[in-house]
Unconditional design. Structure first.
Length: 286
């Protein structure tokens, strides 16, 4: 990530000591903690593409699914070019047949499934997601169909092949909106809270059958999509977004992928049923 020009914030200090001086790319000298595992990353983009690439660097065979099939293919091609194993599919979080087909392809291509990272969201509806009095039911229903129902369907189709192997890890990308109060985005917040409830259900219901489930709640994450925005918009977004953080710089997709790797790996074997906030200290909860 490039810190905004002219910034004198703690971002310069933080990123000079924990980003790329020694290894170049975070995860470049990966420990292969996911060697032999098959992981479906459902939802690409700024965070999802890095999830797929990090998991691949750690040794996993990846199926990357996204509504934008071309973007999924680009991510899979990058993994293959780096010597990894990947397959791209078109995955629509609002369509059960699309989800079922993605799981089928993962199992058919790689012989089974060990991990699911549900990462998609109906972000196209956020601008119209207002408050409880004004939000349209079309926006509410559309948000819940993808963010809540879609996560349930991913879980429903991914669980059987994991149970057949006697092990598996499911990670859901959540949001601080699920546990923090906001004056807007009521549909989004409710959908993310539903995802956390689903995660806890899976952890309790299937934990003794070898299945772990956790959620990651990202804060302000600066990803490649930001590059299309004007500098003044970026500056305002970063200023407003870091106002309630303990640090004064946004996170990176690599920060989410690092936690995801732990949760997908055997090193995270005793972690289940948890919501892990990766948000620069915005959320400080017991």
């Amino acid at each position: 990530m490039t810190v905004l020009a002219g910034s004198k914030s703690g971002a310069d200090r933080a990123y000079s000591c924990n980003k790329t001086e020694q290894t170049g790319i975070p995860g470049e000298n990966a420990l292969k903690r996911l060697d032999g595992k098959v992981i479906l990353v459902a939802g690409g983009g700024g965070i999802g593409d890095e999830l797929a690439q990090r998991y691949a660097r750690e040794g996993a065979a990846i199926v990357i699914g996204d509504l934008n099939a071309d973007r999924a293919r680009e991510t899979a091609a990058a993994i293959l070019a780096a010597g990894g194993s990947a397959h791209a599919v078109r995955l629509d979080g609002g369509d059960e047949r699309s989800i079922a087909e993605s799981v089928r392809i993962a199992c058919e291509t790689y012989g089974g499934l060990d991990g699911l990272h549900a990462n998609f969201a109906a972000l196209n509806l956020l601008n119209d997601d207002t408050d409880v009095l004004d939000v349209s039911l079309d926006v509410f229903d559309g948000t819940m169909q993808v963010n809540a129902r879609g996560f349930l369907l991913c879980t429903r189709h991914a669980l059987p092949p994991m149970l057949a192997r006697g092990r598996g890890s499911i990670v859901y990308t959540s949001s601080g909106a699920a546990h923090g109060g906001e004056p807007q985005r009521v549909s989004y917040a409710m959908s993310k809270a539903a995802g956390q409830a689903l995660m806890r259900h899976v952890a309790m219901r299937y934990g003794r059958e070898g299945i772990r489930a956790n959620a990651i709640a990202p804060g302000l994450i600066r990803h490649k999509g930001w590059d299309a925005w004007a500098p003044e918009i970026l500056a305002e977004l970063e200023r407003n977004g870091t106002a309630n953080m303990a640090v004064d710089y946004p996170g990176r997709p690599e920060d989410i992928a690092s936690i995801g790797t732990l949760l997908m790996s055997d090193e995270g074997a005793f972690i289940t049923g948890q919501v892990i906030s990766v948000d620069g200290g915005t959320s400080m909860r017991p």
